[in-house]
Design a binder for this molecule. Sequence first.
Ligand code: NAD
Ligand code: DAU
Length: 376
Amino acid sequence: MNIIITGGAGFIGSHVVRLFVNKYPQYKIINLDKLTYAGNLANLKDIENKPNYKFVRMDICDFNGVLKLMQDEHVDGIIHLAAESHVDRSIKDPFTFAQTNVMGTLSMLQAAKTAWEGCPNKYEGKRFYHISTDEVYGALQMTHPEGIMPPFTTKASSGKHHLAYGDKFFTEDLKYQPHSPYSAAKASSDHFVRAFHDTYGLPTIVTNCSNNYGPYQFPEKLIPLFINNIRHRKPLPVYGKGENVRDWLYVEDHARAIDLIFHKGVIAETYNIGGFNEWKNIDIIKVLINTVDRLLGRPEGADMDLITYVTDRAGHDMRYAIDSSKLQRELGWEPSLQFEEGIEKTVRWYLDNQEWMDNVTSGDYLKYYEDMYSNR
Ligand code: NAD
Ligand code: DAU
């Protein structure tokens, strides 16, 4: 197959590109990325010279460019991750989010439709896989039918016992109720993807995943930002009371799910991806402080006083909790890592890769690519 992965220089995209390039030497993997502030080719240093990998700097909104690339490269699969992804930025600049996430997705869909309609066997063997988020479902409450205070142990539909902060979970059939400009734009893009299947028969799949963590995440997001701040003994800005709950999945487990669904998922279906792993922000922050302190040889918990409660995020969703039992049941996917193991690996990675972090926080990686391109 010849596959375009959009947003392959970003956090999740780089893990998906690496997995596909290494696992499928018979495929051609084209990483299509605009290299916004969030795109960093240093995330892919280890595979950049592989013969089955190609990088193309392009904006997903460039319909003609994408169409030509699809035709020139005989592309038969698209895994679409490129997006503006940070909620706080969407609150300040919603236009960019509508442009990239909605218009960009529409441009990718229309290019795929046009390119594939021109093929002799049209949509046969083709696949447009759109990566979305659990935030489109809105926010869940911290409730229990018998009034038990969360967290409590539940079996839910996972079949296994796990801790939960409420008795409701995001399932694939829930109605969309996005609250932030980011999630509203992602919801709109999901609707366009489904509309292209229903109207034109485009072979689409949508997945909605919970919060990812792991190496190469841009340090504006909670986990890498806080690891770096703890290391440098800078304040940790906790929004509101730190009581909000997020459901965390190790990024390589998300990439494995994407691989499985790309190959085995049923066209027109939606799959939720998550590891039944709910955490209050403040509890994760304490784990991060203890882990960084321990790995840096400081007394564990010495940096608790860095916790600084700040004004809450506008429209801050209270709780996300994904029910991924459909994916487990129908395709046999399960997360491979326990959270304790994943977070230890993640903290170690950021502490061992200070150069990567310094390049990103100084913005040097952006200058490097501008120079590289202007010299061509
Ligand atoms: P990211 O911000 O780290 O990376 C986004 C990538 O997209 C960057 O490489 C950027 O350069 C590229 N990009 C942005 N605008 C572009 C454009 N107009 N044209 C081409 N490339 C462009 O994002 P991420 O956290 O890796 O998220 C990837 C996808 O997964 C997004 O669609 C996001 O909504 C979704 N998602 C993320 C999470 C998470 O926890 N991070 C969870 C569920 C779903
Ligand atoms: O649920 C999936 C989503 O997870 C993805 O679709 C998004 O692309 C991704 O950014 C992430 O969104 P969140 O808003 O949940 O992630 P973030 O890391 O920004 O914040 C996690 C929680 O931590 C959230 O409740 C806000 C809080 N927070 C965040 C930051 C950056 C703080 O308290 N302080 C902070 O400085």
